[in-house]
Design a protein. Structure first.
Length: 81
């Protein structure tokens, strides 16, 4: 192999070693940014679920109270009042 080809191959390898870490750093920065966005979205979704759970809890209670009121009215009617 002539010296010129060896020098060319070494230059290509040197360039790859210089560019490679910069490319990896930029990809890692992009991944970190996306991870932060996902974390924020998950937190917002958790807040929304918590808010929905807070507004949902009275529904079973209202159903039970309605059933008890209907039972009370049925019993009252059955007793002849």
């Amino acid at each position: 192999m002539p010296d010129g080809e060896v020098a060319l191959e070494l230059a290509v390898l040197r360039r790859a070693l210089e560019v490679g870490p910069a490319r990896i750093d930029s990809q890692l920065a992009l991944i970190a940014q996306r991870s932060d966005q996902i974390d924020k979205a998950v937190e917002e979704l958790g807040d929304r679920v918590t808010a929905l759970e807070r507004t949902r809890w009275p529904l079973p209670t209202v159903g039970v109270l309605t059933s008890l009121a209907a039972l009370g009215l049925a019993a009252w009617s059955a007793l002849g009042h």
